[in-house]
Design a protein around this ligand. Structure first.
Ligand code: FAD
Length: 465
């Protein structure tokens, strides 16, 4: 029998305090439910969190996180918390790419109605021949076509789902993209969006990103960064939000097992032996953790049995602090660099600390993730010197390397069908997380959308108390 506590059971347990769990919990609390959120670690935020780096005194995230104007569910979540103004979004998309030596080519969206803005932006993209630029339009056209054809049942209606057997590289080749168009534009975008190489990533996951960014007006393609640390953007405000509405957040509360009685969620067993009963549970933990907490016979059945085949992909970030500025660019893709992106932390204000902070990021970083920190810092300096020659004069004061080895799903072809939706065959158990079937790659927006979807279902399915 589970503990009920002095004030009775909560209406709903939310397991996991990342973007997905906090979005679910706050949406439920906003509608009057009493939520108990259980987080295994001593802090909230999961794979998107911040802390103060003791040596520099700066607030650092566990890796640079980029937001987009089309992150509608995320913006709704931040509105709920009252922290949307802590996110800085560009007025209009500008995406600079730098070559070794400092040559700059910027992808811009001109002020024209959609879809002419994208067409004109592609036709004006510098560094490509006219034929190559006209060729870029084929990708825009096919994205629209694919997005109008939702995938079949296994793909749960994901736009472009029919492409899940095709890699990004194959899709781009089928649309006649040249090596230079791939090098300068498509590959950097695909790797950043999917955290996977174009050869290994499913085209079905690039289509919805391009479609959402460009099909619904220029506002969707704007890029944004948090002006504060990620924990201050959403994790701490979400905890306050919950407490203010009579809900509870418990840290260091690792769920060992979810227990069903008569086919319905009944209670959660914690690592310290506590048993917590509730009317329903939203599991918002990574897939591997979910498998551990399910009874083995449940984990062996649909839709859970395929989850062990989901693979993960790392992201490596290097934070560097200099005595003088490195560049005026707010951020840039580094074409051909060991590091793929540079973020100039000064340009986005807030949490850069005293010195001139630069963050370098590489996605799908399987090789870098195995390298020693000294090697990565040396490569970071090599890249900065090569791409921003002025930086040779700047003195490095401090560095910090963060390896997130399980940063996101690896979106290999065939992965879409393995990702389950929010409903499960177990009554009262709902699934959230960036890895669930959100129709998006594993991103903040997918995580938040999945949390919101679970909140809706859990509210509808709650038995009368
Ligand atoms: C370095 C890096 C850079 C990224 N960049 C971007 C970006 O630019 N843009 C973007 O959109 N996305 C980005 N992402 C992806 C984004 O961070 C994730 O999609 C998102 O944070 C996932 O949220 P989540 O709630 O689904 O999972 P998580 O954040 O993993 O949350 C799950 C939580 O469950 C907890 N938990 C696990 N097991 C248990 C248990 N047994 N009991 C209780 N709690 C448990 C975990 O401790 C964790 O807090 C990036 C990710 C990383 C790592």
């Amino acid at each position: 029998m589970a503990d009920r506590g002095a004030s009775g059971s909560p209406d709903i347990l939310v397991l996991g305090g990342g973007f997905a769990g906090l979005a679910a919990a706050t949406a439920l609390a906003a509608s009057g439910a009493r939520v108990l959120l259980l987080e295994a670690r001593p802090y909230l935020g999961g794979r998107a969190r911040s802390w103060v780096d003791p040596e520099s005194g700066s607030v650092v995230d566990n890796g640079q996180h980029l937001f987009m104007g089309c992150y509608e569910e995320t913006l709704r979540f931040l509105d709920r918390l009252g922290t949307r103004d802590r996110l800085g979004l560009q007025p209009r998309l500008e995406l600079p790419f730098v070559e070794p030596g400092g040559g700059l080519s910027t992808f811009r969206l001109p002020r024209l109605p959609t879809p002419w803005d994208l067409a004109a932006g592609l036709l004006r993209f510098p560094g490509l021949s006219l034929a190559e630029r006209i060729g870029l339009l084929r990708v825009a056209r096919d994205t629209r076509r694919q997005a109008r054809r939702p995938g079949g049942a296994p793909h749960r209606g994901a736009p472009g789902g029919d492409l899940d057997g095709t890699s990004v590289a194959q899709w781009l080749a089928s649309l006649g993209q040249t090596a230079e168009a791939n090098r300068r534009l498509w590959h950097p975008l695909a790797i950043a969006a999917l955290n996977e190489t174009p050869e290994k990533a499913s085209a079905a996951m690039l289509v919805p990103v391009l479609h959402r960014a460009f099909a619904r007006g220029a506002a969707g393609s704007r890029l944004g960064l948090a002006r504060v640390g990620l924990s201050e953007l959403y994790a701490e405000p979400a905890a306050h939000f919950l407490k203010a509405r009579g809900s509870e957040v418990r840290l260091r509360a690792q769920v060992r097992r979810v227990v069903f009685e008569r086919g319905r969620f009944a209670w959660a067993l914690l690592a310290d032996g506590a048993r917590l009963a509730a009317g329903a549970a939203v599991a918002a933990v990574p897939a591997a953790d979910l498998l551990e907490m399910l009874p083995p016979e449940t984990a062996a059945g649909a839709p859970f049995a395929g989850l062990s085949r989901l693979e993960v992909s790392p992201i490596v970030s290097a934070y560097l602090w200099f005595g003088s500025p490195i560049t005026d660019l707010p951020f840039a893709g580094l074409l051909g660099g060991t590091w793929q992106w540079m973020f100039n932390r000064r340009a986005f204000g807030g949490h850069a600390g005293g010195a001139h902070g630069v963050t370098l990021v590489t996605s799908a970083a399987r090789e870098l993730a195995e390298r020693p920190v000294e090697f990565l810092v040396r490569k970071a300096l090599d890249d900065l010197h090569a791409f921003f020659p002025e930086s040779r004069r700047a003195t490095l004061r401090h560095s910090l390397v963060i390896k997130e080895k399980r940063a996101t799903l690896a979106h290999a072809p065939g992965t879409l069908a393995l990702r389950p939706g929010p409903r499960t065959p177990c009554q009262g158990l709902y699934l959230a997380g960036d890895w669930t079937a959100t129709g998006l790659p594993a991103t903040i927006e997918g995580a938040v959308a999945s949390g919101h979807a679970c909140a809706l279902l859990a509210r509808e399915g709650r038995p009368p108390s």
